[in-house]
Design a binder for this molecule. Structure first.
Ligand code: SF4
Ligand code: SF4
Length: 278
């Protein structure tokens, strides 16, 4: 077993139809992977399809059962005797070198996301998209307008004169230890002591540090969430593309099989048959 499902599984069922080997089934209490059927998608994708769609990232490599690429492609050949796996078969061991390079997923995410956002290809265009889809494609991350902080030395601080009890304001730069402040109403002087200066400066410095930390955390969180969102959309798109490729292959195989077995009118019947020729 190379890929396994951990107890974090939420039983969403998204992985089951993606497995090219039908290795995934509903177990009790969570979905399980049959180790004898799992090839880590070797032969089909250069990424693990179940892991690509799992919303909680609980399809992981089983650390207790590491298998080689050779063993896995041999299993794929045994499971799919009618499929030809030539030397360029897809494999997560050769990520990005496969036919579709879809598994370059993680590394290629930004590029793929960008190309997806700007997709004007022939198959799907904004003209053929439903209006709601086109609107979503035009979505642009809103700009955050950060409120600017004034220069730390530009604050004015209200003071009440202890003699005349009248208020007035003093620039913060006047709150230096030993500085003399005069009341503009009664002209009483006041000497700035250590503790007053300490409180004013500490309050401003703590507030400014908190302000900057919150801003950094906010920006980091938004960038992380946006990256995760884009990654999950890319994974979904890749998984769906892989699904469509498999469906296309199925249609081709069914048509081939029909063509092989169809008895066309006038087709000669084999020699020795009851109503045969010659
Ligand atoms: S890694 Fe691939 S083959 Fe293995 S269970 Fe997941 S989807 Fe199936
Ligand atoms: S996609 Fe993940 S969470 Fe959903 S059933 Fe499969 S393993 Fe469980």
């Amino acid at each position: 077993m190379a890929t396994m499902i951990t107890n974090d599984c939420i039983n969403c069922g998204a992985c089951e139809p993606e497995c090219p080997n039908n290795a995934i089934s509903q177990g009790d209490p969570i979905f399980v992977i049959d180790p004898m059927l799992c090839t880590e998608c070797v032969g089909f994708h250069d990424y693990e399809a179940c892991a690509a769609v799992c919303p909680v990232d609980c399809c992981v490599t089983d650390p207790n059962n590491i298998e080689t690429e050779e063993a896995l492609i041999e299993r794929a050949r045994a499971l799919h005797p009618d499929t030809r796996f030539d030397d360029t078969f897809e494999s997560r061991f050769r990520k990005g070198q496969g036919k579709s390079a879809a598994g370059g997923a993680k590394n290629d995410l930004p590029a793929r996301a960008a190309s997806t956002a700007g997709n004007t290809g022939t198959e799907v265009t904004s003209a053929t998209m439903p209006a709601s889809t086109a609107a979503v494609s035009a979505y642009a991350e809103p700009e955050v307008i950060f409120v600017p902080l004034p220069d730390i030395d530009s604050w004015d601080i209200p003071v009440r004169c202890f003699k005349c009890n009248q208020p007035h304001v003093e620039p913060v730069r006047n709150f230096m230890i030993g500085n003399v402040i005069f009341c503009p109403h009664c002209n009483k002087s006041m000497v700035v002591r250590d503790n007053l200066n300490f409180h004013v400066r500490t309050l401003l410095k703590d507030s400014y540090d908190k302000w900057q930390n919150e801003k950094n955390e906010f920006q980091t969180k938004r960038e992380r969430e946006l990256t995760e969102f884009v990654e999950s959309r890319v994974k979904e798109a890749e998984a769906f593309e892989a699904h469509q490729q498999r469906e296309l292959q199925k249609i081709r195989q069914q048509l081939d099989a029909m063509g092989e077995t169809y008895d066309a009118p006038g087709k000669p019947i084999k020699k020795g048959s009851r109503f045969g020729w010659g």
